[in-house]
Write a protein that binds this ligand. Structure first.
Ligand SMILES: [Zn+2]
Length: 161
């Protein structure tokens, strides 16, 4: 690694540590010529995941966009930012493990839904209404019924107190 101070290429690594949940390695180095210290970061090179949109066009996967979508669906619900980040990381890892370079936006949405349903059903229905684009009105009604049941259960719980 070229020293940023004197441009010589000989250095020694003083310290290496894995950061960002294993996504990167940070190395503290010392130049053998000028003895100055500098830091380098090492990342795994991954081809960007492409999303196939409903109209067939492709766009690069955007983690922030997915997080924003789930955050919106989980607004005022007891779903923490950490949980949302975890959902997204899990899905990213699943896709990476399957060596997929592109994925349909519908499938991406369904993977989010598969995780949300166990976490918060209201967030699940909200997310579904945007990303899953209900196939027909019955499906939507069924999902809404799901919410009513949650509300009823909540009310019954209060009544029995
Ligand atoms: Zn140097």
């Amino acid at each position: 690694m070229k020293c940023p101070f004197c441009n010589k290429e000989e250095d020694r690594v003083l310290d290496s540590r894995v950061i960002r949940d294993g996504l990167a390695v940070r190395r503290r180095r010392e130049c053998l010529s000028c003895k100055k210290r500098f830091t380098t970061y090492e990342y795994v090179e991954r081809s960007p995941l492409m999303i196939i949109k409903n109209d067939g066009q492709r766009e690069e996967y955007d983690r922030d966009k997915l997080i924003a979508g789930i955050t919106l669906a989980a607004k005022k619900r007891p779903v923490s930012r950490t949980t949302i980040e975890k959902i997204v990381s899990e899905i990213e890892n699943e896709i990476a493990d399957e060596y997929k370079l592109e994925i349909e936006s519908k499938e991406l949405g369904e993977r989010v839904l598969a995780k949300l349903i166990d976490i918060d059903q209201v967030a699940y229905v909200r997310f579904a209404s945007v990303y899953h684009a209900f196939q027909n009105i019955n499906e939507f009604a069924e999902a809404m019924q799901g919410i009513d049941e949650i509300k009823r259960t909540a009310l019954n719980k209060e009544k029995t107190k």
